[in-house]
Design a binder for this molecule. Structure first.
Ligand code: KIV
Ligand code: ZN
Length: 511
């Protein structure tokens, strides 16, 4: 679903939008976040891999660690341009240039409030300083991206005056920061249009989310012709945060039909990495990357999604590296129960599914939240030995050594014990290796297409949930598992997928 043809008649949309990612600078200014150099390097590599065009790696003059981070990241030879923030001061510009980065993001405040109470400078003095520092930065041979801090609370005529002055001094592009998130979409759109018309330079928008409008304001900036968007992964940043990369990226591609260099299927992976390293969890209901973004509970929705995911999903989860989850609860219907149980390797008769559903509703009505573990318990209680599951994980052990991880797993396969050993660089990898060895042994060629690991919403005993996608004999199968560790969970998910396949075989379907 794209509004491209409708929007094209109304706005002069840029043909390609460039992503200026400031996760490592404004994102790191999130209260309580402090990243080590190594962590910044990991995030920068992930951002380049994701396809952002510019990485604002830090504020080089601020500390030795910041300088070191910008320098290390500049030396990695990443595909993205590397940028350092800098006040309009020579020592800031020198620190930035000395790191070897490609861009300097020069800023000075232009609102009366900031000029009076923060800078203690008159308007013309601010313009003079900005011009002088742009000229200085250019003389040091670096690309200059100029921001008028608090632009949206600045006198628009004065704003145009400073933008034209820094353009004449050699600035390569301009940024309009909505520093305290007070812009409205139509304000941002017209501010961008005016800036472009009066300066002729490429324009960026840098929005904060104080009023929950960062994404809307950023997109309105693009409607006004902004070619560059400032974003952070998961929208982290000062106070309520910055514009979220994933929201803008998805809206640009799927709603506006505008080109970007983002590798969309890497969005979820990058989002998880940033959440892990910054310690800022992704809200469950966060657009695009939240756990609930592609989760469905209501029976009506699950039925629709099983028949055609587009009924209740605007984009496919795989397009952004996420996966679809069916959550069991009082709104569930027969399709949900049947689908989830199949993913756990249980293929039940219609009357058995109904029995399970009735029990689920009883429990949910009494106010209990049902996790997948409870669902499996219900199946065991109600159906016990009636259920057929040829493969069961009986035991596992994981050993971590200097040279890598080993996983010893024991499966019962149709009453016989099968012991395998897997190796890998992480416990998860060694568990995957062990299960592939076990099941290749039984079934022939099995390919692991992908997997996702989640924190389970309700379980204490089994804090992990995993989903694996495997291919056997031309069949693509999704298997789910719960477990105590990542490795244990993957072993269970792989067993589920294999059980599901075996039940398909025994019913002669899919061959
Ligand atoms: O929000 C802001 O104004 C900033 C500037 C440094 C551009 O982050
Ligand atoms: Zn900011």
């Amino acid at each position: 679903m794209s509004w491209k043809s409708f929007l094209e008649g109304v706005y002069a949309l840029p043909s390609r939008v460039f992503f200026f990612d400031t996760t490592l600078r404004d994102g790191e200014q999130t209260p309580g976040v402090a990243l080590r150099v190594e962590e910044k390097v990991m995030i920068a590599e992930a951002l380049a891999d994701l396809g952002v065009d510019v990485i604002e790696a830090g504020f080089a003059v601020v500390s030795k660690g910041e300088y070191e981070s910008v320098k290390r990241i500049s030396g990695l030879g990443l595909s993205a341009k590397i940028c350092s923030l800098s006040r309009c001061e020579k020592r800031d510009i020198d620190a930035a240039v000395d790191t070897g980065c490609d861009w300097v993001h020069l800023f000075i405040a232009t609102s009366e409030l900031h000029m009076k109470y923060k800078l203690g400078m008159e308007r013309e003095h601010v313009v003079e300083r900005a011009v002088e520092m742009v000229e200085y930065a250019k003389s040091r041979g670096i690309v200059v991206h100029f921001s008028a801090e608090d632009a949206t609370r600045s006198d628009p005529d004065f704003l145009m005056h400073i933008y034209k002055s820094v353009r004449d001094a050699g600035a390569d592009s301009l940024d309009i920061p909505d520093t305290v998130g007070i812009a409205l979409p139509h304000v941002m759109r017209s501010l961008v249009m005016r800036t472009k018309r009066e300066t002729g330079l490429p324009v960026a928008v840098h929005c904060h989310d104080d009023m929950g409008l960062a994404t809307a304001n950023t997109l309105a900036g693009v409607e006004g012709g902004a070619e560059i968007v400032h974003v952070t992964v998961n929208g982290i940043g000062e106070r309520a945060g910055n514009t979220s990369l994933e929201e803008v990226a998805v809206a640009l591609k799927f709603l506006y039909g505008v080109e970007t260099a983002i590798n969309y299927e890497k969005i979820a992976k990058t989002s998880k990495l940033v959440a892990r390293l910054t310690g800022i969890p992704i809200p469950k209901n966060k657009a695009v990357v939240g756990d609930n973004a592609f989760s469905h509970e209501s029976g009506i929705h699950v039925h629709g999604v099983i028949n055609n995911p587009a009924t209740y999903e605007p984009i496919m989860p795989e397009q952004v590296g996420m996966s679809r989850r069916i959550i069991i609860g009082k709104h569930s219907g027969l399709h949900s129960i049947d689908t989830v149980l199949r993913q756990y390797g249980y293929v039940l008769a219609a009357n058995e599914v109904k029995e399970v559903l009735n029990r689920v509703k009883e429990i949910a009505d009494s106010g209990h939240k049902l996790g997948d573990q409870e669902l499996l318990q219900i199946v065991n209680e109600l159906l016990g030995s009636r259920i057929m599951r040829p493969v069961t994980l009986k035991g596992f052990q994981q050993i971590t050594t200097e040279s890598g991880d080993r996983c010893l797993a024991e499966f019962e396969v149709n009453g016989e014990m099968l012991r395998v050993e897997g190796v890998g660089n992480t416990p998860l990898e060694s568990a995957i290796d062990a299960s592939l060895k076990a099941f290749n042994n039984i079934l022939g060629d099995i390919q692991l297409i992908g997997y996702s690991l989640f924190a389970s919403p309700y379980e204490d005993r089994h804090p992990y949930e995993a989903e694996v996608v495997i291919k056997i004999d031309g069949n693509t199968i999704v298997g789910k598992g719960i477990g105590k560790t990542s490795g244990h969970t993957i072993l269970n998910a792989m067993s589920s997928a294999v059980n599901q396949y075996l039940s398909i075989l025994s019913r002669g379907i899919g061959r």
